[in-house]
Design a protein around this ligand. Structure first.
Ligand code: GLN
Length: 379
């Protein structure tokens, strides 16, 4: 067995969802919306399954989907990508794995921002890379350029950034992004940008892609997810965008990892990107209302929460709530009380405990209300 896996448990998202399935706890742990997702896209997938080829699609993805992704980013983010610069993947996690396998040379250092999504460090290490961590601190989770500079060595090659940030539910602002771009250019660093939450933003805030900043067009891998855009997380359809010299190498790694992604889902996502901007907009507003409903309910129940500017997540500040428990003990006790959550310490490489617990609010009102009631009783 590879030693990386020897000491590793099951990802918290699966562990918590499995326990919720077994116990009937309300699952506000793993981040997924309830409901069937964007119906026209689901219909398009069913239609494509019957009417189009079910054999291998082209390895880098259907050209129709690659074009739809490029058009989507031109429309929403002012980017000028060609379809050849887009490679379709089986979810954003495959895009991350592919990027690391393709680009990392043994011993290369990857600067990561902590808290970080639990898949990142194991994937980097398995690809031979060395993750280094710059910390973001609650409640504002801001990044300090000096913290990045302090990590630079002659082996620094990559910066991995998730923006909007899971689990912090924050967005990295224009000024910080400009500083990051400047940093990447100054140190000849490639940025790998997990931007799967780019459309799940609230209060009128707009996502700014790092690839659009000066000097970044040629040194960025931009990763996106149809699952997040259309509330179809189980589909695992994603993509990575990069300038041709990088995209060519990404394709080489992708071809021997998954080779391709189910063609009917690709057709459906292409159709969705072309026709469902209104649905995406409405859904953003619906999630914002759900965020506010959960925040209000928790406040009334005596919990202090951290700001949530994006993603499906709202976090409880245990210390601010006057709860003298660490995040793991709290999550453990809370699932016994019928609500699954995610302790934010799982997003740190070397922090044994935090006082922050993440909840997913992308649920029906009745589900949120029931969870709030259980959490009020639990206090
Ligand atoms: N991205 C999801 C979350 O943060 C989890 C995805 C998964 O479980 N693979 O909850």
């Amino acid at each position: 067995m590879n030693p990386i896996y020897a000491a590793m448990g099951t990802t918290i998202f699966e562990a918590m969802s499995a326990r919720a399935r077994e116990t009937g706890a309300i699952n506000l742990g793993q981040g997924f919306p309830d409901g069937l997702g964007c119906e026209p896209v689901v219909e398009a997938a069913a239609r494509a399954l019957r009417e189009r080829s079910n054999q291998y699609p082209p390895m880098p993805g259907l050209i129709e989907l690659r074009r739809a992704v490029a058009d989507h980013y031109a429309r929403h983010q002012g980017l000028n990508l060609s379809p050849e610069e887009v490679i379709v993947t089986s979810g954003a996690t495959e895009a991350l794995a592919t990027s690391f396998l393709a680009l990392i040379e043994p011993g290369d250092e990857v600067i990561c921002l902590q808290p970080l999504y639990d898949a990142y460090a194991p994937l980097i290490q398995r690809a031979g890379g060395v993750p280094l961590y710059a910390r973001l601190e609650p409640p504002h989770w801001t990044l300090d350029r000096a913290a990045l500079e302090a990590l630079v060595t002659p082996r620094t090659r990559f910066l991995l950034i998730c923006n909007p940030v899971n689990p912090a539910a924050s967005m990295v602002g224009a000024e910080t992004l400009a500083g990051i771009a400047d940093f990447c250019v100054a140190h000849d660093v490639i940025a790998i940008c997990d931007e799967v939450w780019e459309h799940v933003t609230f209060d009128g805030a707009r996502h700014l892609p790092l690839i659009g900043f000066p000097g970044m067009r040629e040194r960025t891998v931009k990763i996106g997810s149809a699952g997040k855009i259309f509330a179809l997380t189980g589909w695992k359809v994603g993509w990575m965008c990069a300038a041709p010299p990088i995209a060519r190498v990404l394709a080489k790694a992708h071809q021997f990892l998954t080779f391709s992604t189910p063609p009917n889902l690709q057709w459906a996502v292409a159709e969705g990107l072309a026709t469902q901007d209104g649905w995406v907009q409405d859904t953003r507003h619906r999630f914002q209302r759900s965020r506010d409903r959960l925040a209000e309910g928790l406040k009334t129940a005596g919990y202090a929460t951290l700001p949530s500017a994006a993603t499906y997540f709202l976090s409880i500040d245990l210390a601010g709530s006057g709860i003298a428990m660490d995040d793991r003990s709290f999550s453990e006790a809370l699932i016994e009380a019928g609500v699954a959550s995610i302790p934010v310490s799982v997003f740190y490489a070397e922090t044994p405990a935090t006082h922050v617990v993440r909840l997913c609010f992308a649920k029906e009102d009745a589900t949120l209300d029931a969870a709030i009631e259980r959490m009020a009783d639990f206090r």
